[in-house]
Design a protein. Structure first.
Length: 355
């Protein structure tokens, strides 16, 4: 596919598509993943090509000509028609900047191809003596005679042959340019129809996603309310007598479950964010959903803060319980000492009575 005389001058990554040859309306993806698309220059033949290889197969092998036009059909999609390959290529880029860079390079290569063609035509005119004949120069023309000596002689000059040849080349060029322009207009028309269909489908999908997000937000609000009630119960339990070890284990387990639930909700929020970023067609619905997600995040943050306060309250309650337990232990030890001293005092009194 590539010769050693060809050198890459620009490369990028894009999803490659080709127009459906049967319908001329739909795009057919050339691969499942983005491919490397490169501009190559052949210095020997002074030719520019766009090449993309998927595995061992050439997905794109398009020689750039001055008649080609690269059209941006959306913020991240562009296309061009190749009459030699009898197809229309489409490229989907990751960002608008990548598309602009590729389009600018296409324009540069197209201009270089035009200059190369003009230079080649100038060389051809200089090296071909028949094309250097002007209208003021008349060369002797050979006589082409008929088979019979008595018949009239027909003649034709070399300059007439050159003019006929030039006229044929001009007509061929006009026909080829007309067919290329027709293919380009047809490709642009089909691309616009395809983009319109895609936008309508994306809008319906975005509306469906918004409805789904609204349901999920309602479910999250209900779960958040239940979590608030649970936190209130935990706070009330924390203010009550928490001397039992079973209550401590139950509270710890409940706090772990709440933390896991909040983590799961945060993951779902991140997933909704990622889904939201991919739906640029429904901007208004996305902003509304983003606002609701931010409110939900704020509520979850408030809930987490209340959970931390509940944990802190529980820890303080447990610390107070341990402190009270230690104080009770000290009082018990003092009571034991007092009882022991009282017993000794009784024994001393008994001995005094006996004596």
């Amino acid at each position: 596919l590539l010769s050693c005389r060809e050198q890459p001058i620009f490369s990028t990554r894009a999803h490659v598509f080709q127009i459906d040859p049967a319908t001329k309306r739909n795009w057919i993806p050339a691969s499942k993943h983005a491919l490397t698309v490169s501009y190559f220059y052949d210095a020997t033949r002074n030719v520019y090509r766009i090449i993309s290889v998927g595995g061992t197969k050439a997905i794109i092998n398009s020689t750039i000509t001055p008649n080609m036009t690269f059209t941006k059909t959306s913020q991240k999609f562009g296309q061009w028609a190749d009459s030699r390959a009898n197809t229309v290529y489409g490229l989907g880029f990751a960002s608008e900047q990548h598309l602009s860079q590729f389009a600018e390079k296409f324009q540069e290569v197209k201009e270089a191809a035009r200059l190369a063609r003009e230079k080649s035509q100038d060389k051809t005119e200089l090296t071909n003596p028949a094309l250097s004949i002007t209208s003021h120069q008349v060369l002797p023309s050979p006589i082409i005679s008929s088979n019979g000596p008595g018949e009239d002689k027909l003649f034709r000059s070399q300059s007439a042959d050159v003019e006929i040849t030039t006229e044929k080349e001009r007509l061929k060029k006009m026909l080829s340019e007309g067919s290329v322009s027709e293919v380009q207009w047809e490709a642009e028309f089909f691309s616009l129809q395809d983009n319109n269909t895609k936008l309508v489908a994306a809008l319906h999908e975005a509306n469906a996603n918004v409805d789904q997000w609204k349901k999920q937000l309602t479910a999250y609000q209900e779960e958040t309310e239940s979590l608030r009630q649970r936190v209130a119960e935990l706070e009330s339990q924390g203010t009550q007598d928490s001397s039992s070890e079973n209550n401590k284990e139950e509270l710890s387990q409940t706090l772990e479950e709440l933390e896991l639930l909040i983590k799961a909700k945060d993951e779902e929020i991140q997933m909704l964010k990622s889904q939201k970023c991919g739906r640029w067609e429904a901007e208004g619905e996305r902003e509304e959903t983003l606002q609701k997600l931010q409110e939900l995040e704020a509520r979850n943050a408030e809930l987490e803060q209340r959970l931390r306060l509940a944990e802190q309250t529980l820890a303080e309650t447990l610390a107070e319980r341990d402190k009270m337990h230690s104080e009770v232990t000290k009082v018990a030890e003092i009571m034991d000492v007092k009882i022991f001293e009282l017993g000794e005092l009784r024994q001393g009194l008994a001995k005094l009575v006996e004596s």
